[in-house]
Design a protein around this ligand. Structure first.
Ligand SMILES: Nc1ncnc2c1ncn2[C@@H]1O[C@H](COP(=O)(O)OP(=O)(O)OP(=O)(O)O)[C@@H](O)[C@H]1O
Length: 581
């Protein structure tokens, strides 16, 4: 349990001192909580010794009243300090986690970690945020209270103090067993919660396919199977925990009776006075209750412990190194290459997908990447934006190795238009502004006009202030695509990477998208993952990729002259009137 406190304090960053101060207040509050009983004990002894005076009596009552008032004040201050610290600390942690996730390689998000991230960000963080400070305050207060009670036993009689220490140690042992069992179970419980989140996300994301292929029964079964497992895990957790709670109750009972019997034996043998024996009775039922209360919170604390561990696991995931300090030259008229790949190898885990890729892209030219599905075109494009780092060779932008440049600076140079467009659940205006947050309204409108989306936006009831659904779900595919192009036009980065859409959109939308793309690419260096013959034929340079290697390169006219993969593709494409990669 102390480890949990350490972990929370380690996470608390700049609020650490606030939490320490709250601990001091909690400690004082715990002492004040016991003050009325201690004062009653003193009064009782005075009375039995026939030394009670009215003045002494008034003083004791005054002290009692003061201790109650002070206890309320201290409790209030500790609560405010702690709960405030909890929410502030988690606001910072969420931001830190956001920054950390942004710096992680794309691979982390595609390797089955989405369920984990969602469950950490929603379930785990919310649980710890809402519970950590009250739980720690309770924990600290119980520990302090138990120490104070045992010290008081030493004050009554050292032998009673030793007996109370032994009994408390016995309860601690039971607690340790309980902690071990609960800890193991809470890990399983958290894993199940992660699986459940993953299953729910899968179900929601795949709803289109589920309906089309009539998989509702099968997928629902899978989801309800996960609900059932989650329910079983939670019941199992409670069932395993309950016997330990009973053992703790038994230890508490035995401890209380043993202390009472020892106290009475000492009183009967004149080792302690009647006053002290009555004092012992005053404390008896409170003597081990902090311990019992503390362990009744164990389930909550161990779940919190696993939540904190999982949060830390995500925080400890390696980020893409971002310690580069070099600047990319702003000059676009330099004689060198805008993009350069030199002997680039790349593997996803153990699977090598790029092998000795070398090419250069001159400023203000268009280079098309063509080749069969799975040949490595998207991977080449994603290495330029450092979604992953190369496993061999170098990628340079304007002569600078991109690993030596701060990521933010690299991203300023590049716009990407993906096939699959994602819009945030926000206004259209804000979705376009992502390209350049400090843009003026006129600039946003201008970008929308160039991307051929101004008219349809203005026809929406709330215009630019229309809120689009999650992922842009309330707009058509072509409309989303044009908004994403407006975003890139606003960004005005010198390099544009374009993953040309394979899915056909209606004729109107297609011509609008082509016009929007022409606007975006004016005066830019363009790298296109090309699927349309028109685009490919217009490229200044074509790279034909097969099995992760460049097998042909040149212009369209040069490549159709010679036998090879490219000519075959063009023939098939011409025959089928559709590029079949
Ligand atoms: N995140 C990933 N993890 C593991 N393997 C991957 C990952 N992404 C792609 N691959 C594999 O790498 C190879 C190259 O994929 P890539 O997407 O670059 O090809 P592509 O030419 O762009 O294909 P397409 O035209 O179908 O988009 C493929 O074999 C693919 O299965």
């Amino acid at each position: 349990m102390l480890r949990l406190i350490n972990k929370i304090i380690a996470l608390s960053g700049k609020y650490k001192w606030r939490i320490y101060v709250a601990f001091v207040f909690s400690f004082v509050k715990s002492m004040l909580l016991k003050a009325p009983v201690c004062l009653s004990f003193l009064a009782l002894n005075r009375f039995l010794e026939r030394r009670m005076t009215p003045g002494y009596c008034v003083t004791l009552f005054g002290m009692m009243a003061a201790s109650v008032i002070l206890q309320i004040i201290f409790q209030n201050i500790a609560d405010r300090l702690q709960s405030g610290a909890g929410y502030l600390m988690f606001a910072d942690l969420r931001n830190e986690l956001g920054v950390h996730l942004r710096r992680m390689p794309m691979g982390y998000f595609t390797e089955g970690n989405i369920g984990k991230i969602s469950s950490v960000l929603s379930t785990d963080m919310v649980f710890v945020e809402e519970n950590c400070m009250t739980a720690i305050a309770g924990l600290m207060s119980d520990i302090f209270a138990e120490i104070i009670m045992i010290l008081f036993m030493y004050y009554i009689n050292p032998v009673l103090g030793v007996a109370a220490t032994i009994i408390a140690a016995g309860m601690l042992l039971v607690g340790k067993g309980m902690e071990k069992e609960t800890l193991a179970d809470s890990v399983t419980r958290q894993e199940q919660s992660e699986n459940l989140t993953e299953a729910v996300l899968d179900f929601a994301e795949g709803m289109g396919i589920i309906k089309t292929y009539n998989l509702l029964g099968k997928e629902s079964k899978e989801l309800s199977g996960n609900f059932q497992k989650s329910c079983d895990t939670n019941i199992g957790f409670e069932e395993n925990h309950a016997p330990w709670q009973r053992w703790m109750g038994i230890a508490y009972g035995i401890g209380t009776v043993a202390t009472l019997v020892s106290g009475y034996a000492m009183f009967a043998n004149h080792m302690i006075s009647l006053g002290y024996f009555i004092g012992l009775l005053l404390f008896l039922f409170d003597l081990y209750s902090p311990m019992k209360v503390l362990y009744s919170q164990l389930a909550r604390l161990t779940v919190m412990n696993s939540c904190v561990d999982r949060m830390q696991e995500v925080f400890e995931e390696m980020e893409l190194p971002n310690d580069g300090t070099r600047k990319i030259s702003e000059s676009k008229t330099h004689a060198g290459n805008e993009i350069e790949f030199k002997n680039v190898d790349f593997s996803y885990g153990k699977k090598q997908v790029l092998d000795q890729i070398s090419f250069a892209v001159k400023p203000d030219t268009m280079t098309a990447l063509v080749g069969p599905s799975g040949s490595g075109k998207s991977t080449i494009a994603s290495l330029i934006t450092r979604f992953w780092d190369v496993t061999g060779g170098t990628v340079k932008v304007r002569g600078v190795d991109i690993r030596e440049v701060p990521l933010a600076e690299l991203m300023d140079q590049i716009s990407m238009v993906f096939q699959r467009v994602y819009l945030f659940e926000d206004t259209i205006y804000n979705n376009i502004c992502i390209g350049r947050p400090d843009a003026t309204e006129e600039e946003v409108a201008e970008a929308a006009k160039k991307a051929r989306c101004y008219d349809f936006i203005m026809n929406l009831p709330d215009g630019f202030q229309t809120v689009v659904g999650e992922g842009g779900s309330s707009l058509s595919g072509g409309e989303k695509q044009r908004i994403s192009i407006a975003r890139c036009i606003l960004k005005d980065a010198p390099i544009v990477i374009l993953d040309e859409a394979t899915a056909s959109v209606d004729v109107d939308n297609e011509s609008y998208i082509q016009e929007a793309i022409s606007e975006l690419c004016r005066g830019k260096t363009l790298l296109v993952i090309a699927h349309r013959l028109n685009t490919i034929a217009n490229a200044d340079h074509i790279l034909v990729i097969e099995n992760g290697r460049i097998v042909q390169r040149g212009t369209h006219d040069e490549l159709v002259q010679c036998e090879g993969v490219y000519r075959n593709f063009v023939n098939v494409r011409t025959r089928m009137k559709g590029w079949s990669a």
